[in-house]
Ligand binder design. Structure first.
Ligand SMILES: [Zn+2]
Length: 334
C-alpha cells in the first residue's frame, strides 16, 4: 500500500463560491456560507484521483489549500468560520470517495487569537474524524513577527493535540512579503524555522512527551544542512536534530523533487521518521522533470529508484504514516 501523507484539495479551495466567500468576508460582508454541490466536490477531485491511480497511490491525507489559510488576514472570528468552511468541504470530499482520502484540518489561527480557541477547533474536528491539523508556525504572512510558536502561548494547542493523539503539520501559508514567494520560499522557511524552534525549545517535549510534529517538504533545508544544525545544537546546548527525530517527536515527508536530494534525505533522517508525501498535483501541477521525463511531483519515482530495500520502502510508503497518524486507520480500507 502507498499512502501520500501530504496533499491539499487545491481545486476545491479554488471553487469560485469558496474564494468569493473569503473575499467578501475580508471586505466585511456577511455572506451566507456557500453551498457547494456533491457533484462540484467530486469534480474537483477527478484529476487528483486519476494521478493517484496512475501512480498506484491508494490513500492520501488531504487538507485545505495551505495558501488559503492566510492566518495573517481577517479576525479570529472570521478565520474560525473560514477554517470550519474549509474543513467541512474536506470531510465531505473524503466521505464521497471512501478509502481514498483521510482529512487533515485547517485551524482558524490569527495573531490575536487565543490558542484556547484554536484548541477547541482541534477538539471539534477530531471528533468529526480529522486525523491531524496544519499549523502555521509563522502566522504573520511571512513577516515573522510572532514569538517562536513553541512558547507557552500555544500550550492549549499542544495539550489538545497530545491528548487527542493528532500530529501537527507545521505548514506555512500565504506570504505578503514579496521576498518570500509562498511555495518557493515561505513554506521552506516555515519548515526549517519550525524545526529549529523545536530544537531550541527546552521544555516542550518534557511537557508534551507524546506530541508529534510533521515537517513537510523533506524538512525544508534539513537534508542539505543537517551538519550545520548538529554543530549549532552542540554550540548552543539545544536539542540536536538527531535527538528530536530519535525521540519520535518530529517527522518529515518526501516532498523532495529529484533523486539526489531524496537520497540526501534518506541519509540525513532516520527512515522511521520519513513519511511518503508528494503534494500530488498541488504546488507545481504538470511540470515535467527532464531527468525523469515525468512530473516533478511524482515523488514515488525517487523513492522507487533509490537504493533502499523493499522493507525500508514499505516503511516510508505506508507503515510510518499509519503509526504517526493513528486516527487514519478508520479511513483506510485495506
Ligand atoms: Zn503542502
Amino acid at each position: 500500500m502507498i499512502i501520500d501523507s501530504h496533499q491539499h484539495f487545491v481545486r476545491l479551495a479554488k471553487h469560485p463560491e469558496v474564494e468569493g466567500f473569503r473575499t467578501a468576508q475580508l471586505a466585511g460582508k456577511n455572506l451566507d456560507l456557500p453551498k457547494i454541490s456533491d457533484a462540484d466536490v467530486a469534480k474537483s477531485l477527478e484529476q487528483v484521483i486519476s494521478l493517484m491511480d496512475s501512480r498506484k497511490i491508494e490513500v492520501a491525507f488531504a487538507s485545505p489549500r495551505a495558501k488559503a489559510m492566510a492566518t495573517h488576514e481577517g479576525t479570529p472570528e472570521q478565520n474560525a468560520i473560514w477554517a470550519d468552511l474549509n474543513n467541512g468541504l474536506i470531510i465531505r470530499a473524503c466521505m464521497l470517495t471512501p478509502g481514498r482520502f483521510a482529512p487533515v484540518g485547517m485551524l482558524g489561527q490569527h495573531p490575536s487569537c487565543p490558542s484556547e480557541q484554536v484548541a477547541k477547533q482541534i477538539e471539534r474536528w477530531t471528533k468529526e474524524g480529522f486525523i491531524a491539523f496544519n499549523f502555521d508556525p509563522d502566522g504573520t504572512g511571512g513577516r515573522w513577527q510572532n514569538q517562536p510558536f513553541t512558547g507557552k502561548h500555544n500550550y492549549p494547542v499542544f495539550e489538545a493535540a497530545q491528548a487527542l493523539d493528532v500530529p501537527l503539520v507545521l505548514h506555512g501559508s500565504e506570504s505578503i512579503n514579496k521576498n518570500f514567494p509562498h511555495t518557493a520560499v515561505q513554506y521552506l522557511v516555515a519548515d526549517i524555522t519550525g524545526f529549529v524552534q523545536l530544537m531550541m525549545a527546552k521544555d516542550l517535549f518534557k511537557d508534551f512527551p507524546r506530541l508529534r510534529f510533521l515537517i513537510p517538504h523533506g524538512g525544508g533545508a534539513l537534508p542539505c544542512q543537517i551538519g550545520r544544525w548538529r554543530a549549532i545544537a552542540k554550540y548552543n546546548t539545544w536539542a540536536s536534530p538527531d535527538e528530536i527525530l530519535g525521540n519520535g517527536n518530529v517527522f518529515v515527508d518526501t516532498c523532495v523533487y529529484n533523486d539526489l536530494n531524496m537520497q540526501m534525505l534518506f541519509d540525513a533522517v532516520p527512515l522511521d521518521n520519513i513519511l511518503f508525501g508528494s503534494e500530488c498535483d498541488g504546488a507545481f501541477p504538470g511540470v515535467v522533470n527532464v531527468e525523469t521525463h515525468d512530473h516533478y511531483d511524482n515523488t514515488r519515482r525517487y523513492v522507487d529508484d533509490s537504493k533502499l530495500n523493499a522493507a525500508d520502502k514499505a516503511r516510508i510508503f505506508a507503515a510510518n504514516a499509519r503509526r504517526v497518524y493513528p486516527r487514519a486507520s478508520r479511513w483506510i480500507q485495506a
